[in-house]
Design a protein around this ligand. Structure first.
Ligand SMILES: Cc1ncc(C[n+]2csc(CCOP(=O)(O)OP(=O)(O)O)c2C)c(N)n1
Ligand SMILES: [Mg+2]
Length: 362
């Protein structure tokens, strides 16, 4: 009989003060190719749509950062800048009747879902006209009519909501799926594994969308996870999955369409890990001592908007005229949203306890 001996467990060494201050490049760009975009998606019209959506997100958030500095927007603010290809690509696979759950870094998904920029900006300003009546702010964008169930401030908190929504659809015999976005940090939470286990066990129609940007606040993936490959974690729960180049909107769309089709077929959940990067700080307050400037620069070279634009120009699907028109349309939409938010109403203090218990908002 052979005796099995466990391999020696590597002893983690504490980072030196210098390592803690400027760590090595822990999240290098260099990603798996996921295959070319589906030919049906390669039309100029469709590509312009993808570029336009990414630009909307980028410019909306750039304006939010400015408004935050001017104290017009208060509370927390986590921007998606650098990760737009993930939100835009993945959302192409999600139909209006499907349910979506996102994280506190969700402005992009909310915009692509069709929540008007006015309602989103008013929410950022804490106005009653906001999509959550001004009570949620940046982290709690919500629109039940569009089946957009947040905006969740609790890391990993949206994952079981997605599983629950999928369970409801299955029990009611509805042919819809639930898509749940979450970060790499959420994969270190117990609820991630509990949710994946039940989704797999009960073959629920959940599309797990992991936005792996390499960091959970100031903690790199490698510092917090023994297993840094997210797909392996999914497979431990017998959920098929794949890693996707999260800086390439077409790769994100293509993989999401395939994954959503799998989930819609009723076989069970599917897992996508988007390898991406946030170009800005974690939130408004973050001196970014946990990563080197060189690492950020290397990822910036893969800017999802610039690289996609270059590809479109090379394919003669984009010229200055179209690009300028897109920019003007986006800016007009944002200016209008800001004016709407500025003119919005602050809730009366006397009304603040409304809806806390049973009264329904209209
Ligand atoms: C349960 C819980 N623990 C801790 C926090 C504090 N926190 C806010 S964001 C964050 C990092 C999450 O990282 P990740 O899931 O990778 O998402 P990212 O911010 O990178 O998009 C942490 C730890 C929280 N909000 N919820
Ligand atoms: Mg992260």
């Amino acid at each position: 009989m052979t005796t099995l001996t466990a391999p020696p467990v590597p002893v983690p060494t504490a980072p030196t003060a210098m390592e803690a201050a400027v760590p090595p490049e822990v999240h290098p760009p260099g990603l798996p190719a996921t295959g070319a975009a589906l030919p049906a998606l390669l039309t100029a019209e469709h590509r312009i749509h993808l570029l336009y959506q990414m630009l909307r997100i980028r410019r909306f958030e750039e304006r939010c950062v400015e408004l935050y500095a001017a104290s017009k927007i208060r509370g927390f603010l986590h921007v998606y800048i650098g990760e737009e290809a993930v939100g835009v690509g993945a959302m192409q696979a999600i139909r209006p009747e499907d349910a979506i759950v996102a994280t506190y870094r969700e402005h992009g998904q909310a915009l692509v879902r069709g929540i008007p920029a006015r309602a989103l900006m008013a929410e950022m300003f804490g106005r009653v006209e906001g999509c959550s009546r001004g009570r949620g702010g940046s982290m709690h964008l919500f629109d039940a009519s569009r089946r957009f169930y947040g905006g969740n401030a609790i890391v990993g908190g949206g994952i079981p909501l997605g599983v629950g929504l999928a369970m409801a659809a299955k029990k009611q015999g509805q042919p819809t799926i639930a898509a749940t976005f979450f970060g790499d940090g959420a994969a270190a939470e117990g609820i991630f594994h509990e949710s994946m286990n039940l989704a797999a066990l009960w073959r629920l129609p959940v599309l797990f969308l992991c936005e792996n940007n390499g960091y959970a606040m100031g903690t790199s993936l490698a510092r917090a996870h023994a297993q840094t490959d997210m797909v392996v974690k999914a497979m431990a729960h017998r959920i098929p999955g794949e890693a996707v180049d999260g800086m390439d909107v077409e790769a994100c769309e293509e993989a999401s369409l395939r994954a959503a089709e799998y989930v819609r077929s009723g076989i069970g959940p599917y897992f996508l890990e988007f390898r991406t990067y946030r170009f800005r700080a974690h939130s408004a307050y973050d001196p970014e001592l946990y990563r080197s400037k060189a690492e950020v620069e290397r990822w910036r070279e893969r800017d999802p908007i610039e690289t996609f634009e270059a590809r479109m120009r090379a394919d003669r699907m984009l010229d200055d005229e179209i690009r300028n028109r897109l920019e003007a349309e986006v800016m007009a939409e944002i200016d209008d949203a800001v004016a709407y938010a500025e003119a919005g109403t602050l809730e009366l203090v006397a009304d603040l306890t409304r809806f806390v218990t049973s009264e329904r908002a209209t």
